[in-house]
Write a new protein. Structure first.
Lengths: 374, 184
């Protein structure tokens, strides 16, 4: 350890982590704040001949201020540290990242003073995302993707059976009011404000806060392939599969995006759910587990990478144009939903299909369809 | 056939040799590991440790998780990640003779800086650990590749190690950016 102050800061930060795990965020914040003060003392005692140790403690100090939600102090501290030429480049990169999320948090906090309603905030970060800007197609894809996902979750909470065709009912469409929020460094954010759902007489009360909380539970369970938590949140197996596929559509896939962060109105940065490209395989695991197929010796699986060019779910087929070779028409089932497949039209996809061993000419069956780009 | 080596150190007492692991946190992480392990196995089990082209077997024992521990680790994802930290630190101690010297605070949690006992922070390596309860070996390898890629991209000029713990498949995969020239 470089000095006793750093050791004490570490112990306090560890205690804060345990307090967070218990759900005691107020105690955690106070402990992080005390840890930050001690980390600063420790940093000041280091010699300039220890550049790596200075970098490590500088990042630690900034991260502890961020975790304590002391965003003004974090901003000043990080700017001061970035002005110090003795901080090695790799730590400067980490400090810049922390400065970006600090600005993001400050703006979010100031917005909440004007709005106390239930909402889900989605932040897109990294890749092609700039300061409050994003390529139009990326922004549109994620705005639409989350709207479809949260609509499905609201339908589930209201007690509607799984919708196989058509758009969500007007009562649900009127539930969400989406808007892009203020510009912030390094991220593009939008919020989906949830209004009170319209309930039929005799239905269980399903308030907007419950919908936002459930959305986060489902995202977390699918992203981590936690089948037990997912089954608890969504008992209906068909709904679970539909939601897992909708979530996969909003997990970053290409280079356009590095991270998608989702949180409810009550969540701080430590409680948010983050989707990163490496979550793709976990979500695929969830989907595979939900769509376990019986073993059939005459069925063989293939994958086709290409562009989805046509969809006709009423007639149960889609058309994929492979990267090489002629178009392939693939049969779909009632499990293949329009709001899952629709956003993939004219985009790069990979289709997992099965062919019957009897005939090469019969139309293959779609097992799964995955988007390959943001 | 992998070589059989001495057991992994007891998870609940890692703090005795790892100065960067605060005792209450060490015990909480050991509880999280016990919860993850107990879901699929009975103590003790043999874990396969894979490093580059070599592998070995090491026994891992744990105490049955108490009711309090089960209650405090209701979030399965957090239990997996923190339990993996416990098993990961035990593995780098056994395999590389390195101990946790300091936490590396991040925006959402903490990684660790590890070094030989007595070394300074100035000489430490950054260790990133993650865990999975997935049941397939290819998932573990895929996760390690992702972890190494992430570590290399984020910390380009710093010596770093990535470790992934597979609780169900009883395996720990360890990759060093220095040793592998930046690839897993």
């Amino acid at each position: 350890m470089p000095n006793p102050e750093h050791q004490q800061a570490q112990d306090l930060a560890a205690s804060a982590e345990l307090a967070m795990a218990r759900g005691d965020s107020e105690t955690a914040r106070n402990l992080y704040a005390r840890a930050a003060d001690l980390e600063l003392e420790g940093f000041r005692q280091l010699s300039r001949n220890e550049p790596r140790s200075r970098g490590i403690l500088a990042v630690s100090y900034a991260a502890l201020l961020f975790k304590a939600k002391l965003y003004d102090r974090a901003e000043v501290a990080i700017c001061g540290l970035l002005a110090d030429p003795g901080i090695p480049p790799e730590f400067r990169d980490e400090l810049r990242d922390l400065l970006q999320v600090t600005w993001d948090e400050r703006l979010l906090e100031s917005e909440r003073l004007r709005d106390s309603g239930a909402e889900l905030t989605v932040a897109l970060r990294g890749g092609t995302i700039g300061a409050g800007t994003a390529p139009a197609e990326v922004a549109a894809h994620y705005l639409s993707g989350f709207n479809l996902l949260f609509s499905r979750i609201a339908e589930h909470e209201i007690g509607d059976p799984l919708r196989r065709q058509g758009p969500s009912p007007p009562a649900i469409q009127n539930l969400f009011h989406a808007r892009a929020t203020q510009a912030s460094a390094g991220s593009y954010r939008f919020t989906l404000k949830i209004l009170e759902p319209v309930l039929e007489e005799g239905q269980q009360g399903s308030d907007a806060h419950r919908v936002s909380r459930r959305a986060l539970e489902v995202l977390q369970a699918v992203a981590h392939n936690d089948q037990a938590a997912l089954a608890e949140a969504v008992p209906d197996g068909s709904y679970r599969l539909a939601l897992a596929r909708l979530i996969r559509n909003v997990v970053p896939a290409g280079d356009a995006l590095a991270e998608v962060e989702v949180r409810t109105e009550n969540d701080g940065p430590l409680e948010a759910v983050r989707l990163v490209p490496e979550d793709r395989w976990t979500v695929n695991e969830t989907i595979r587990a939900l769509r376990a197929l019986p073993e059939q010796s005459e069925i063989r699986e293939e994958t086709i990478a290409g562009t989805l060019r046509a969809v006709h779910l009423d007639q149960h087929w889609i058309r994929v144009v492979p990267n090489e070779g002629p178009p392939v028409e693939v049969s779909t089932t009632s499990e293949d939903l329009g709001d899952v497949i629709g956003p993939m039209v004219n985009r790069k996809v990979v289709a997992r299909i099965s062919r019957s061993g009897r005939s090469e000419r019969s139309r293959p069956q779609l097992l799964d369809l995955e988007l390959l780009e943001d | 056939m992998p070589t059989r080596k001495s057991p992994l150190p007891a998870l609940g007492s890692l703090h005795l040799r790892h100065p960067g692991l605060y005792e209450p946190l060490c015990r909480a992480y050991a509880d999280a590991a016990a919860i993850c392990l107990s879901e699929s196995h009975t103590s003790p089990v043999e874990f396969e440790i894979r490093r580059e082209d070599t592998s070995c077997l090491r026994e891992l024992a744990w105490d049955e998780p108490s009711r309090d521990a089960l209650a405090s680790w209701r979030n399965s994802h957090e239990a997996t990640e923190q339990g993996a930290t416990s098993v990961g630190l035990a593995t780098v101690e056994a395999e590389l003779g390195l101990v946790a010297l300091s936490r590396a605070e991040t925006r959402t949690g903490a990684d660790f800086y590890i070094a030989r006992p007595g070394q300074k922070l100035e000489e430490a390596h950054r260790l990133e650990i993650s865990g999975t309860k997935a049941g397939m070996l290819r998932d573990l390898h895929s996760r390690l590749r992702q972890k190494v890629h992430q570590t290399r991209r984020g910390l380009s000029s710093r010596p770093a190690l990535a470790c992934v713990v597979g609780f169900r498949v009883k395996m720990v995969a360890l990759a060093s950016l220095e040793m592998e020239g930046g690839d897993a």
